[in-house]
Write a new protein. Structure first.
Length: 224
């Protein structure tokens, strides 16, 4: 053996030097294990880099605490609606922490029913809708309330409302977001208040429109 040559590696479990074939197999296996460890390490580094990038994006992107729902000036819309309707258009004055996401007057040809609609968002982000149908009928009201069944009546500030309470499954149909509703007739207007809010919020709205509901009733008397 030449002085420069390295003596063959002795395999402990065999008690003899390994053959060239065994040496090649061992090196190939060592290489495979190294590549495997390298792949796992690269995967971990890539994952950490991705998480770091996401964290940076979360920290630098500005966020707003304001609602993404549109804030509609329903008072202005009500004033516009009043210019084209003889009925007293409902326009409730509500606390400042109430908002509106919709307000519109629909004008359609007979026999369809024209109406005035306001979509309200309560302070705890529940929904209440007000719909004032003009020369409406029982079929229109039933459709608007998704065939809800009358539960009782209640008088608020001198206005008597029919109550539709679907919160405990009193109605057999799927009532969507009409968990609770109030309905009354005043003059040529059928007035509905409906939605998902607490009963106290419905009372707040009913109190806010009471004077206008009464005005609609008085208007009919004056025209008779």
């Amino acid at each position: 053996m030449s002085p420069q040559q390295k003596p063959p590696r002795v395999v402990a479990e065999l008690g003899r030097p390994e053959t060239p074939e065994e040496t090649a197999a061992r090196k190939a296996e060592d290489s495979r294990k190294y590549r495997s460890r390298k792949t796992v390490s690269n995967l971990v580094y890539s994952l950490l880099a991705t998480l770091g990038l996401v964290l940076v994006i979360v920290l630098i992107v500005p966020r707003s605490d304001t609602s993404l729902l549109p804030d509609v000036d329903y008072h202005a819309a009500a004033a516009d609606a009043q210019e084209v309707r003889d009925e007293v258009i409902l326009d409730p004055e509500l606390p400042d922490d109430w908002t509106s996401n919709d307000a519109k007057l629909s004008i359609v040809d007979d026999p369809a029913i024209s109406d005035w609609y306001i979509g309200l968002i309560t302070p705890d982000e529940q929904f209440i809708g007000i719909r004032q149908g003009f020369d409406a009928n029982a079929t229109w009201q039933s459709q608007q309330l998704d065939d809800s069944l009358a539960d009782s009546t209640i008088t608020i500030d001198g206005v008597t409302w029919t109550v539709y309470d679907n919160r405990d499954g009193q109605s057999s149909s799927d009532n969507g977001n009409i968990e609770y509703a109030l309905a009354t007739e005043a003059g040529t207007s059928t007035i509905l208040i409906f939605g998902t809010a607490e009963t106290s919020d419905f009372r707040t709205v009913a109190e806010a429109v009471a004077g206008q509901v009464k005005a609609n009733a008085e208007q009919m008397k004056g025209n008779s």
